[in-house]
Write a protein that binds this ligand. Structure first.
Ligand SMILES: Cc1ncc(C[n+]2csc(CCOP(=O)(O)OP(=O)(O)O)c2C)c(N)n1
Length: 651
């Protein structure tokens, strides 16, 4: 592409940026223009694909300064969570990728090692970067390598306990390491908690402007190495201390502190970073930024500063282009309020995601009955244990992927104590554009091993409401309710109920028992229709409660020639696996095939695309079921395949 063509999309200066060296050689005036072009670029591109627009608009100058002061990839830039790394991608030669951001085969929404040598952490779960940084700095010290390690962490991510465990170790190890606190006062919504209050009092302090000047003057005019540097930092520190007290918190940890600096002033951030780089020990650079900076719909969006529109949005208004639909989240949120109206003991907990999980609806009705604990899932679970011990029934609403890190707390603190806590796992199963770390595919396997924990997987709005009520009625142990992302499936009424199992379809012939887990109920119906065309009878059931395995499911299995399970979770230890074990235990010798998600790292794309890649479509499942059942007759025309392994090989 010629520069002329390029500039049509990118702005003339941005089009010349092919790598960090191009940013390094720019003048102050050029940097201002570049920052503006990057904002235009981000808004133009992300408005077409969806993505984390608000956080990235807030780190434009900060990222430019990082790449001017440090030499990535030799120096290591670590972005906590990683949703704010778009500008880093732009600077490191990936502008073209933004047309297919978060789309199948396109640019990832997070740092990604396969994309660039400038990327390192791919996990996208918050509050880990400081621990990575601690380890990297120790490794470089031991190996005698002189490389800078820089971690960028948001004030939201700092509410996660792992950050504080890391700071404790970083302070003791004393290795050179730069921690940039990107303080915009927000997680999705305003950051909560004691730390957040500390930081915001710092921002609001009238001495703030004075502090910025002090920092700029002192750092701009001083040699930046060794002992003098320490003295500068020390002096600056004292100056700040006189002006604003709360930053003592960082000093008390034994880590040098520079700040607050205006995070939208490249020169100011740059001089703070240079000072920190040359200090020779751990330093915190406190940069104050504004989420959504420079784009009015984001700056004025009170809910979350346009944190991450899920799909294309209108540039003028920031509103999603797609017609609104009723999501699984909405059904849960409304029913929870209805339950809470009847049950004063029901309370809600969210880990910094009140709106995305729907808990905000309960908070609007009963503000005193909802607790936002920050990005602190482990604490959320044990705090729920305490609430339950205190006589309440907590409903902990998190994305499925984020409960993984609280496994031990669910196991021992909640389940071992047989406490009535309901975990509501939104975005369970294959989620899509956020990629492998956001897939909620481990919950049924991981939490399936927890003694006394019951897991429900509703198939539609009606069963979601029903199973939520069943879950909060259980008072002798924990429950999990898991449902996928997106628009809720149309109601699919059962023909009858056997024990707790819903029979969705049956025929005169009982060839195949198809166990359709959760939202795969509709898929099950379509499979049954297709297989019926081949002359075989399929009974489609929705177990509703998948753990423990309902005894009726095993009895139904015994009455068929073949059992096929299909679930939106990993096969290892999944519902099919558990059913197979239950059938073995009951000496039911009917063959079973379990379809699900291979335990692998699946790429980003739309949910429908990824499910199709995994051959979890009605067409594929019907073809497999027909092949297997006809194989039992000895009439198989197609080779019987281990379906999910085939799919794994494609990834
Ligand atoms: C363990 C975990 N829980 C929840 C999330 C969802 N999440 C993504 S970004 C975010 C807010 C992060 O706030 P902050 O670190 O201040 O960054 P900002 O978006 O404000 O730049 C949250 C809660 C996550 N990524 N990881």
């Amino acid at each position: 592409m010629s520069v002329e063509e390029d500039t049509a999309n990118h702005g003339p200066l941005l089009a010349t940026v092919r790598g960090p060296q191009d940013v390094k050689r720019m003048s102050a005036e050029q940097l201002d223009i570049l920052a503006a072009e990057i904002r235009d670029f981000l808004i133009a591109k992300v408005s077409r694909t969806g993505g984390h627009i608000g956080p990235n608009l807030g780190v434009v100058e900060l990222t430019l300064a990082l790449h001017r002061v440090f030499d990535s990839p030799r120096d290591r830039l670590l972005f906590d969570t990683g949703h704010q790394a778009y500008v880093h991608k732009i600077v490191t030669g990936r502008q073209e990728g933004f047309d297919r951001l978060r789309q199948r085969g396109g640019l990832s929404g997070y740092p990604n090692q396969a994309e660039s040598e400038h990327d390192l952490i791919e996990n996208s779960h918050a509050s880990t970067a400081l621990s990575y940084a601690d380890g990297l700095a120790k490794a470089y010290a031991l190996r005698g390598e002189r490389r800078s390690v820089v971690a960028v962490v948001g004030d939201g991510a700092l509410t996660g306990g792992m950050c504080w465990e890391a700071l404790n170790n970083i302070a003791t190890a004393r290795n050179p390491l730069v921690i940039v606190v990107n303080d915009n006062g927000r997680s999705y919504s305003p950051t909560i908690g004691g730390l957040a209050d500390h930081l915001s009092s710092l921002r609001l302090n009238p001495g703030y402007e004075k502090v910025l000047d002090t920092v700029k003057d002192a750092l701009g005019s001083t040699p930046l190495v060794g002992k003098p540097m320490y003295e500068v930092l020390h002096a600056v520190k004292k100056g700040i201390k006189d002006a604003v007290a709360p930053q003592a918190m960082f000093e008390d940890l034994g880590i040098k502190y520079v700040g607050p600096v205006d995070g939208h002033d490249v020169a100011a951030v740059e001089s703070a970073l240079r000072a920190a780089k040359n200090f020779g020990g751990p330093v915190i650079v406190h940069a104050v930024t504004r989420k959504g900076y420079g784009y009015r719909p984001a700056e004025e969006d009170e809910a979350d500063c346009l944190h991450g529109p899920s799909s294309a949005f209108d540039i003028e208004t920031g509103q999603l282009v797609a017609a609104p639909s009723v999501k699984w989240t909405h059904v849960f949120a409304d029913e929870l309020v209805a339950v809470a109206d009847e049950r004063p003991d029901v309370v809600g907990i969210t880990a910094a995601m009140a709106e995305p999980t729907g808990i905000a609806t309960l908070a609007r009705r009963y503000p005193e009955r909802v607790y936002d604990v920050g990005i602190a899932e482990q604490h959320a679970v044990v705090s729920a244990a305490g609430l339950a011990m205190g006589g309440l029934h907590p409903v902990v609403a998190v994305y499925a992927t984020f409960l993984n890190r609280a496994f031990d707390q669910v196991l021992l603190d909640v389940a071992m104590h047989k406490l009535p806590v309901t975990f509501v796992l939104d975005r369970a199963g294959i989620t899509g554009p956020d990629g492998p770390s956001h897939y909620g595919i481990w919950d049924m396997s991981a939490f399936g091993v927890v003694p006394g924990l019951r897991i429900a997987a509703p198939r539609d709005a009606a069963t979601l409401r029903e199973e939520l009520r069943e879950a909060v009625a259980i008072d002798d142990g924990p429950t999990v309710l898991r449902f996928p992302t997106g628009t809720v499936a149309a109601d699919l009424p059962a023909l009858r109920r056997v024990g707790s199992v819903d029979v969705l379809a049956e025929s005169a012939r009982t060839d195949v028992l198809l166990v359709a887990v959760g939202a795969f109920g509709h898929l099950g119906m379509e499979v049954a229709a297709r297989v019926a065309e081949q002359g075989y009878g399929v009974t489609v059931v929705d177990p509703r409660w998948v753990r423990p395995v309902p005894a009726e499911l095993v009895e139904l299995a015994a009455g068929h020639r073949l059992v096929v399970s299909v679930e939106d979770g990993v096969r290892v230890g999944g519902v099919g696996d558990a059913l197979a074990q239950a059938m073995r235990d009951a000496d039911v010798r009917v063959p079973l095939r379990d379809l699900g998600v291979p335990a692998d790292w699946h790429p980003h794309g739309s949910r429908a695309q990824i499910l199709a890649d995994l051959r979890l479509t009605a067409q594929d499942v019907a073809r497999d079921v027909t092949g297997w059942i006809s194989g039992l007759d000895g009439t198989s025309v197609e080779p019987v395949r281990i379906v999910a392994d085939d799919a794994a090989a494609q990834n």
